[in-house]
Design a binder for this molecule. Structure first.
Ligand code: GDP
Ligand code: GDP
Length: 498
């Protein structure tokens, strides 16, 4: 789970400027999702060897009606409740204000690690130091003079922030190792596979060669490549499900319905760190953990009260899970917030089950359900692959179906498609859909292999990796979905032949 670092401060001190500067170091996304990447207030970034999520809390609290003090207070509360460290931004040109002091008092009491940024100090003169010194009076310890606009002092400050984070736990270490090696392992893998390929430029033989190579690579995989964990290990690993959704959609009712039906397992799960608010249950002999069912035991937190903040809670719990179960209210579906949460699941590459809850309040008419489904699919086009269930958590109807789907998707999420089959599919794609012209010549695809799971990631070797049109990418993705019945996010990487 990545640590969350919140940027807090009153309006106009330079929070978004700082955020944008930090976000420039973000980890590259494989594919941007239209409509979700715009107007973002959180990014995953690499910082001093740690992968962290930074949040511009200002972006979550527009509240024009609210007083300035109230806005800033709510931001601070959000940061304190949900984050691992806080960057408190002040405007050193304007000097210390009453709002700054009030927030500081609150942050001090929280005991969370805080770093004070005295912003807008654009030159390195000693007046800078004098301006920054004033903020020691906040009683929050060291003050870092920065210029968010010009990047001065920002590196220093972030070093201090990272220094204050809790030490990396096993999960974070594993995630870091994965992030750092996944690129390499992709290369390694394709080299191995190309070792079998005859060195020829003849078109038909090339196809043959690739297929032959894939067969052999496939054999090797069956014997167990280092990336593919042994079956038993995979079986024993608990499935983590995040129940997310706006306040009042019925999350706690659903969780309680599930827990009532299924025996709660009290035993320790080996090799997992568990949050005390996780719930465990057993489903068809599989160990399931419902992670951070935020709001259930923390009803009165600000995250529960304010809709905007369910985004932060969802971000946090999705970070640790395989599957996100997104609840929406049938009487008020697919509002912006629902779409945003679905977008985060896609972006984070998590499997997704969409649950339309409180269906008992709508209708028993089957046709109505179908119309509703079609409309919802249209509104949430970017997660068209996610199954939709209509439930009544209150009456326990279809709640088991949610669990069944979540477990099914968790397995797809970790499944590895056999290489020979993938290459037969690629051949089929080539035969049925003429490769587009890219630049001066046709695009040629040579070879496809699954290079990662969770989410399933496929590498396609081709002659012009940078020029593959989006339409062709979508076509290949859809063919993969159809052929292997994949209903979780898919990532495609295009690379050149080594
Ligand atoms: P926010 O409301 O806290 O998110 O503040 P913004 O990031 O929108 O910045 C408010 C104003 O301060 C903008 O006009 C920025 O250009 C300006 N600003 C931000 N950082 C700096 C800085 O380091 N130096 C100077 N001179 N101006 C800055
Ligand atoms: P949460 O904030 O998402 O955890 O929502 P809750 O589980 O607390 O539910 C909010 C309200 O919706 C409660 O009054 C529930 O009784 C009600 N509720 C939850 N699920 C259903 C349902 O399937 N049908 C109906 N009619 N009401 C429901």
């Amino acid at each position: 789970m990545k640590p969350l670092v919140a940027i807090v401060g009153r309006p106009n001190v330079g929070k978004s400027t700082l955020f944008n500067r930090l976000a420039r170091r973000r980890i590259a996304l494989v594919e941007d999702i239209p409509g979700v990447t715009r107007d973002r207030h959180y990014w995953d970034v690499e910082c001093e060897g740690r992968y962290i999520t930074i949040i511009d809390t200002g972006g979550f609290v527009p509240g024009e009606k609210d007083s300035l003090l109230q806005q800033v207070r709510e931001q601070a509360q959000l940061a304190v409740e949900e984050c691992d460290a806080i960057v408190f931004v002040t405007d050193a040109r304007a000097g210390l204000t009453a709002a700054d002091q009030e927030v500081a008092t609150y942050l001090r009491q929280s005991g969370k690690p805080v770093v004070v940024a005295a912003n807008k100090l654009d030159s390195e003169s000693h007046t800078v130091q004098a301006h920054a010194a004033e903020f020691f009076r906040l009683g929050l310890g060291e003050v870092f003079p920065i210029s968010a606009e010009h990047g001065l002092g920002v590196g220093n400050m972030m070093e201090a922030v990272v220094g204050k984070l809790p030490p990396m736990d096993d999960e974070e270490l594993a995630a870091k190792a994965f992030a750092e090696t996944s690129e390499d392992s992709v290369d390694e893998l394709s080299e191995v596979e190309y070792g079998f390929q005859p060195d020829t430029d003849e078109d038909d033989e090339e196809g043959e060669g690739a297929r032959k190579a894939s067969d052999e690579a496939g054999d090797e995989e069956e014997e167990g490549t280092p990336e593919a964990p042994a079956e038993d290990e995979e079986e024993e690993r608990p499935i983590r499900i995040a129940i997310i959704g706006r306040p009042n959609v019925g999350k706690s009712t659903l969780v309680n319905a599930l827990l009532k039906e299924k025996r709660v397992v009290a035993s320790e799960v080996p090799g997992t760190t568990r949050d005390p608010i996780d719930s465990e249950l057993k489903y068809k002999d599989r160990q399931v953990i419902l992670t951070d069912t935020a709001g259930i035991r923390r009803k009165k937190t600000i995250a529960h009260r304010l809709e905007k903040f369910s985004v932060v809670a969802a971000l946090k719990s999705m970070e640790r899970s395989d599957v996100a179960v997104l609840l929406m209210d049938a009487t008020e579906p697919a509002v912006d917030q629902d779409a945003k949460l679905a977008g985060i699941a896609e972006e984070k590459g998590r499997a997704l089950v969409i649950v339309v809850n409180k269906w008992d309040l709508i209708s028993t008419d089957q046709r109505k359900q179908e119309i509703f489904r079609e409309e919802l699919k249209y509104a949430l086009k970017f997660v068209h692959y996610a199954p939709i269930v209509f439930t009544s958590a209150l009456h326990g109807s279809k709640v088991e179906k949610v669990l069944e789907l979540a477990v099914e998707l968790a397995d797809q999420f970790r499944y590895r498609s056999p290489t020979p089959q993938l290459n037969r599919l690629l051949k089929h794609i080539e035969d049925n859909h003429p490769a587009p012209i890219v630049g001066r010549g046709p695009l040629r695809v040579y070879y496809m292999a699954q290079v990662g799971t969770a989410p399933p990631t496929f590498a396609i070797t081709c002659n012009r990796p940078d020029g593959v049109p989006d339409m062709y990418k979508r076509y290949i993705t859809n063919q993969l979905r159809k052929t292997f019945d994949i209903r979780v996010p898919i990532r495609l990487l295009f690379r050149e032949r080594p």
